[in-house]
Design a protein around this ligand. Structure first.
Ligand code: SAM
Length: 211
């Protein structure tokens, strides 16, 4: 079960901005299909898998993946986060051009992925749950603190990961703090992509051919 709190920790309101700021920089200089996020979901030359992002949040990872040409279904269970994201997507779509093309590849659903995933079929399920705060709290970005204040901890993340592993998909890609072990009760991942602060654990579904 989740622990919820409605108090925000910063005076600056949390918004979803696909138009400017750091996300725009990441779009232009983030490394394209060579970045670990893209490799984690199996994006490579000529291959653009369909993806379910089971933990949409601010939609940043989904936006980057959609910018590369994948179609993404984003699932977010927090009404507040869902509405922030819907607002950001609407504004970006109104910009036209490349931005609206990216947003057109993103479909946002309000709901709990633990309930929705068993009814779906896709190439890849991507999961980036709320992680425990790092010991040096100054390192925790303001935005992440604000999200935590809205959604609390994802205390059912093990259940979400297990649900994804049992779903009808070719691979599950899990974003996780680089140095933290996975919770007990999960199978070994097929391979890992290690970054400075986060890693991606990839679980291939042995019952389906991987493209
Ligand atoms: C760390 S944030 C994701 C950040 C996101 N990857 C991004 O790039 O902005 C985790 C989000 O997943 C959502 N979440 C966690 N468990 C979920 C579930 N079972 N179903 C749907 N949303 C979930 C939380 O409410 C939170 O907004």
């Amino acid at each position: 079960m989740r622990k919820n709190s409605t108090s925000l920790t910063s005076a600056r309101p949390l918004i979803v901005d696909f138009i400017g700021g750091s996300l725009n920089h990441r779009l232009n200089f983030g490394g394209g299909i060579k970045q670990n996020l893209a490799k984690a979901v199996g994006i490579k030359s000529g291959i653009r898998p369909n993806i379910i992002d089971a933990t949409a949040g601010l939609g940043r990872d989904s936006f980057i993946l959609a910018s590369m040409g994948s179609h993404i279904t984003l699932i977010e269970r927090s009404q507040i986060m869902h509405d922030l994201l819907a607002d950001g997507m609407k504004k970006a779509s109104r910009e036209g051009g490349k931005l609206s093309e990216i947003i057109a590849r993103m479909t946002l659903i309000h709901g709990d992925a633990i309930e929705i995933l068993p009814q779906t079929s896709t190439d890849v399920i991507y999961i980036d749950p709320m992680h425990p705060p790092r010991q040096k709290s100054a390192l925790v970005k303001t935005e992440m603190r604000q999200i935590r204040a809205i959604v609390g901890e994802d205390l059912d993340q093990l259940q979400l990961i297990k649900t994804a592993l049992g779903a009808n998909c070719r691979r599950v890609a899990l974003k996780w703090p680089a140095k933290s072990p996975l919770p007990d009760g999960l199978p070994e991942c097929s391979h890992q992509l290690m970054g400075k602060s986060v890693r991606f654990d990839i679980f291939m579904n042995a019952n389906l051919d991987e493209t």
